[in-house]
Design a protein around this ligand. Structure first.
Ligand code: ATP
Length: 417
């Protein structure tokens, strides 16, 4: 049931597509993969909704990550922490200094303003001066800019309940939010997006080796899911671009059509910065007791941090093909094919009966009822041909079944197996 790139495929590897980004964005809209949010009100810049096929594709991206990082490993467990956490978390992590736009409230008119917008000015309605405003600290909660802090603050609890020994990891998938100054390029950069983050806790001194391990593992994940080598590269951060917590960071980059190279994922050696900071601020001991070495220490953290939306965009772009296909009249037409890896394909099989005859329809439905228990499948009796299709979103048909009967069920069963 594997989906291989169609013969004569064009797109990125054959005939160049004039504007690949435009082609992918427009396909995504036409096929219900992703489209602008709040569109009936004119849309909201850089907010996107995933449609029926998009949500399946996105779930499959997350599932593929979870399978590779959690399910197939004994040394990693998953969690799902809250988006909104105690503001103290962000003080300790060092984020507050960089992402806070402090709000002030006029004590008289109770209007709220960004402090930097009001500096030296008066509240517009009441005309009160800045010093008559108060910081809104007590009520401030923040939308998280990364999932990682939820993992760090839960580190001791998760280690205890899972009884994992260092080296071990905690994985998490969830929404993150950033005040991006230049959001854009479809789902590449948004203010609300989703991350797949692994925090892998290791013994200090072994961190550099584990860092190399995770760089290779994460690169392999994209390649295993069909992204072509030539469109991927690794790039190490220069010292002046390193985050405040990082000792070394290497990005997995993809050759996006709108930029030379764009980040898909950052793999950082976060040292023991975060656990130490939270231990200091909270007063809770977040060291790990290593029974083998009879020693207590703060583990170092290797963090592969990937974006669900960016990965999905790269998979879409890499899978996009335009090919010439013969028409019934004997000439040819342009056909768009998404040659997605089978694990990512939103629809795994479709049952497409040729006609709505009394004999065919019940049998086609029986086939559909059989295959839908295994995966997301599609049933559509509007088009021509009783066809059982293993594949993807873009177009119908390869494995063609001409008539109902035992042969069809054998094929359906084989497909399930
Ligand atoms: P960039 O340099 O592109 O702003 P970053 O280095 O800030 O990204 P990280 O903090 O390393 O990104 O976040 C990990 C991953 O989360 C990124 O590699 C990316 O895939 C995803 N990501 C980060 N910001 C966004 C965003 N605004 N929209 C969509 N995905 C994002």
């Amino acid at each position: 049931m594997g989906l291989t790139p169609a013969a004569g495929a064009t797109g990125r590897e054959g005939r160049p597509v004039a504007d690949l980004m435009e082609a992918v964005t427009s396909l995504a809209k036409r096929r219900g993969i992703a489209f602008q949010s709040s569109e009936i009100y004119g849309g909201l810049r850089s907010s996107w909704d995933y449609g029926p096929l998009g949500v399946e594709l996105k779930n499959n991206v997350k599932r593929a990550w979870w399978r590779s990082v959690v399910q197939l490993r004994e040394d990693i467990v998953g969690i799902d922490a809250a988006v909104i956490m105690s503001p103290k978390v962000w003080e300790a992590s060092g984020h507050l200094e960089v992402f806070a736009d402090p709000l002030v409230e006029c004590l008289n008119c109770h209007q709220r303003f960004r402090a930097d917008h009001l500096a030296g000015a008066k509240a517009p309605q009441s005309g009160h001066e800045e010093d008559e405003t108060m910081a809104d600290e007590a009520n401030a909660v923040y939308l998280r800019p990364e999932t990682a802090q939820g993992t760090f603050v839960d580190f001791a609890a998760v280690q205890q309940v899972s009884r994992k020994k260092v080296p071990f990891g905690i994985a998490q998938i969830g929404k993150s939010f950033r005040n991006e100054i230049t959001p854009g390029n479809f789902i590449f950069r948004m203010r609300e997006f989703e991350q797949m983050e692994l925090e892998f806790f290791v013994k200090p001194g072994t961190d550099e080796r584990w860092h190399e391990y995770w760089i290779a593992e994460r690169l392999r994940w994209y390649v295993d899911l069909g992204v072509r080598w030539e469109n991927l590269r690794l790039r190490q951060h220069e010292p002046d671009e390193l985050s405040h917590y990082a000792k070394r960071t290497v990005d997995v980059e993809y050759r996006f059509p709108f930029t030379e190279w764009g980040e898909l994922e950052g793999i950082a050696n976060r040292t023991d910065y975060d656990l130490k900071a939270h231990a200091e601020r909270s007063g809770v001991d977040l060291t790990y007791f290593d029974q083998d070495g009879d020693a207590r220490y703060f583990p170092f953290v290797i963090e592969p941090a990937a974006g669900v939306d960016r990965a999905l965009l790269a998979f879409l772009i890499d899978a996009y093909r335009e090919e010439e296909a013969p028409t019934a009249k004997g000439d040819s037409e342009k056909r768009v094919v998404l040659a997605l890896h089978k694990d990512l394909a939103p629809i795994k099989a479709a049952v497409l009966p040729l006609s709505r005859t009394e004999r065919l329809v019940p049998e086609a439905r029986r086939v559909f009822d059989l295959v839908k228990t295994g995966w997301m499948c599609d049933y559509d009796d509007a088009g021509g041909g009783l066809r059982l299709v293993g594949g993807s979103t873009g177009h119908r048909a390869r494995a063609r079944l001409h008539a109902p009967g035992p042969d069809l069920y054998r094929q359906a069963h084989r497909l399930r197996e």
